[in-house]
Each structure stands twice: as C-alpha cells, then as structure tokens.
Design a protein around this ligand. Structure first.
Ligand code: FPP
Length: 235
C-alpha cells in the first residue's frame, strides 16, 4: 500500500510547521555552492506548499530566515533575498489559483525595501483567500517574538495577563498552534522556533536534507504523527 493510501485524511494535522534545514549540506555533498542548495530548497518548498494545499492542510509555516541567519556570508544572504523575491513573483498566481493566503511572521523591517514591498503586496493580494494559510517565518526568532508580545501587553495596559493574552500578541495570533513540527537533516534542536506555540506539538525529525524532502517524506511525517497518541498532559 502506498504511503498516501495509509493516511487517515479525517485526522490530519491542522497546522504543520517546518524547519527546512540541510540546504548547505545538500550542496556540499555535490561540491556545489551553498546557494544552489537554497535554490533546490525553494523547489522543495514549492512542492510541499502545493502538496499541503492539495490534501487540505489549513496552516503551513515554513522557517525561511532566522534572526541568526544574518551571521552568514553576505553573498549567501543576498542569494536568499533574491530567491525569496523570485519565489514571491513566481508563486503569486499559484497562490491565487489555489486559494492560499500568504502571511509573514517575524520582523521584516530590516529586509531590503523592494522585498518588503513584494512581501506586503503578496499578503495584501492573498489576504482573503481561505483555503490554506502559508506562513513564512522571516527574520523570525521566537524569543524576540515573545518579548514583543510582552511589550504589546504592557503598552495595552493589560492587568494580570493570561496565557491567552500572550498567544494573542504573538505573530501567530488567532492561528492554531502547530500539531506537527517537522525538522529536516537530523538536528535535534528547536533553534528558537515557535517556542510558545509548540508546547504540545508532535516533533518529527528526519535525516533527509531539505532539498531531498519529497512528497513521500511529507506523507511519512504525517503517518508518524497519526501513529502518536496525543495526550496534552493527560493520561
Ligand atoms: C537551512 O539550510 C535553510 C535556510 C537557512 C534557509 C531556508 C530557506 C529555503 C529552503 C528557501 C526558502 C524559501 C524561499 C522561498 C526563500 P542550511 O543552509 O542551514 O543548511 P546546512 O545546515 O546544511 O548548512
């Protein structure tokens, strides 16, 4: 039986978050420049977005650029910016056709102005689409996000804040928490990603490098999720 045939489509994760790791290693194994790893990583991202939408996943969050990624070589950073801009331009029509709403989590104020404009434009044009929310984490760091929430709460003079107040002031306000967190390329780390939101997420780590993360690998992650027993701290 194919992997797809084994999936219980009535019990899909509503929100899948992905740490797309291993582009650099994928390139290194082939004696290619790192940016070619990212180029192939973008191809995987396109495939996974389409696949997630086709099986009716409601929210897909992709960690595309962390607050720590600024430490990389300037040419790698500009390569990533270029890929992001090209991605937004090339995928807009497909987002519209597939009823996908594009959103950003993170602080994009440090991104080049043209990219900020492209991001805002993509969000604006797709904002009423309700098939799937595609969240791009860009210059995203979870501690920075929690601190920002705290400052918002102070600014709003909320007395005695609750957990809900914190959730409501994160970039992910109103979104369900991820049910499934996927990390590629084997590292057993969270890397400052959605620390608050993944409190009860199922974590799936695969050794497969992101550019090699295929449809079958995505189904494997969902099957692993469906084989877990989620107790949310109960018995
Ligand atoms: C991790 O690989 C990947 C990133 C830092 C960037 C993730 C970005 C992409 C997959 C492209 C995203 C999509 C768009 C549209 C821009 P790594 O370089 O950390 O790999 P390594 O750990 O093997 O070096």
């Amino acid at each position: 039986m194919s992997l797809k045939a084994r999936i219980d489509f009535s019990n899909l994760p509503s929100h899948i978050a992905v740490i797309m790791d291993g582009n650099g290693r994928w390139a290194k194994k082939r004696f290619l420049p790192r940016n070619l790893g990212h180029t192939n990583g973008v191809k995987t991202a396109k495939n996974i977005v389409e696949l997630a939408r086709s099986i009716d996943i409601k929210v897909l969050t992709l960690y595309a650029f962390s607050t720590e990624n600024w430490k990389r070589a300037q040419d790698e950073i500009s390569g990533l910016m270029f890929l992001l801009k090209t991605y937004l331009k090339s995928e807009l029509q497909s987002m519209i056709k597939n009823n996908i709403s594009f959103r950003v989590i993170g602080d994009i104020s440090k991104f080049p102005k043209d990219i900020q404009a492209e991001l805002k434009n993509t969000c604006e044009i797709t904002k009423n689409n309700d098939g799937m929310i595609l969240n791009f984490a860009l210059n995203y760091g979870s501690r920075q996000e929690i601190l920002r929430a705290l400052k918002n709460i102070i600014d709003k003079k909320i007395d005695n804040p609750t957990e809900q107040d914190i959730s409501d002031n994160l970039y992910t306000a109103k979104l369900p928490d991820p049910d499934l967190l996927i990390r590629t390329s084997g590292e057993m780390r969270i890397s400052n990603f959605m620390l608050w939101q993944i409190a009860y997420s199922e974590i799936y780590v695969t050794d497969v490098l992101w550019p090699d993360f295929s449809e079958e690998e995505f189904y494997k992650a969902i099957l692993a999720y469906q084989q877990r027993e989620r107790r949310f701290g109960g018995v």
